[in-house]
Design a protein around this ligand. Structure first.
Ligand code: UDP
Length: 328
């Protein structure tokens, strides 16, 4: 297969590229490097460019016969989306429309879209399956939901097949240590705790201990980056082979929740083997954080035959720690 990976210089995209090339696909990475890093593009041909550039999209799609497009390029900071919604609607919705319209013009029929648990908003029940109402509470989640809706209309009108994959908490790193999580600024729990352990950060702050959970800290569903990527590969195969068509959507998580404190405890255990420790500080709740977010991924397991390999939090933390150690 020949695949265009938009946002292939980012955290999830870079791991996806490796997986696809290893399974025999030919890939081209398109990335504007606004949040990604060229050093993370270790597989495939790299094209630096922006989805706002329609001529570039036309020339890329004219020169290459892509079997499908996987779209990771988006802004994904909830707080920033609250203070600068324009950026989120312009990029996550407007630029995605440019990409979809170019696909329609050039008759590229298969699209895998990075969606998010943030499309659900405040959970009405847990674990969250695909029937859960989608009522996003921030512009980031709203922008992703808009694209999900656009994809339904594009399936009906233009026969564009798509799979929206709603990630819960992506984490971990390439088990072979070639790549890992790299955000600037970093806002995610596991890399922040690991940075506190490696000395790149002074401490980790726990955002609230007064939630209605077992130990009072927020519970999340942490899913290994390679497991996320294997779901993309399966989803792409499913629509490219014609097994299913239309606009489909699946929730991707392990189905197990871990509290912030449990994650800290696992990290402490792993880093202690290298003689490291970390300082934990107490902080206020972060606005917009639901107490519990856990996925019911039965539909993805049944339909895609998806089987997460790294459900165990300690393995996830070990891979992420090996990556963190490359920075010190
Ligand atoms: N969190 C925390 N301290 C931090 C960063 C995150 O306590 O410095 C908590 C956050 O409140 C949430 C969980 O860790 O409950 C996961 O947050 P993250 O930003 O990694 O992912 P999110 O669930 O927001 O997508």
């Amino acid at each position: 297969m020949k695949i265009l990976i938009v946002g292939g210089a980012g955290y999830i995209g870079s791991h996806m590229c490796k997986m696809l090339v290893h399974s025999g696909s030919e890939i081209i990475v398109l990335d504007n490097l606004s949040t990604g890093f060229q050093e993370m593009v270790k597989y495939g041909e790299f094209v630096q460019g922006d989805l706002a550039n329609q001529e570039l999209l036309d020339s890329l799609l004219m020169k290459n016969e892509f079997d499908g497009v996987i779209h990771f390029a988006a802004n994904s900071l909830v707080g920033e989306s609250m203070s600068n919604p324009s950026k989120y609607y312009q990029n996550n919705v407007g630029n995605t429309l440019n990409l979809l319209d170019a696909m329609v013009r050039h008759d590229v029929k298969n699209f895998i879209f990075s969606s998010t648990a943030a499309t659900f908003g405040e959970p009405e029940y847990s674990p969250i399956d695909e029937r859960h109402p989608q009522k996003p509470i921030n512009p980031y989640g709203a922008s992703k939901l808009m694209v999900e809706r656009i994809l339904q209309d594009y399936a009906n009108a233009y026969g564009l097949n798509s799979v929206s994959l709603r990630y819960f908490n992506a984490c971990g790193a390439d088990p072979e240590g070639e790549m890992g999580e790299c955000h600037d600024p970093e806002t995610h729990l596991i890399p922040l705790i690991l940075q506190a352990a490696s000395g790149r950060r002074k401490c980790i702050t726990v955002f609230g201990r007064d939630y209605a959970t077992g130990d009072g800290t927020c519970v999340r569903d942490y899913i290994h980056i390679n497991d996320l990527c294997s779901a993309h590969a399966l989803a792409l195969d499913m629509i490219v082979s014609g097994k299913k068509d239309g606009a489909l959507a699946y929730n991707l998580g392990n189905g197990h929740g871990f509290s912030v404190q449990q994650v800290i405890d696992v990290v402490k255990k792993v880093v202690a083997e290298d003689g490291c420790n970390l300082v934990v500080e107490e902080g206020e709740r972060r606005a917009g954080d639901p107490a519990v977010l856990v996925a019911d991924s039965s539909l993805a397991r049944q339909t895609l035959g998806w089987q997460p390999k790294y459900g165990d939090l300690e393995t996830i933390v070990r891979h992420a720690w090996a990556w963190e150690k490359t920075f010190v």
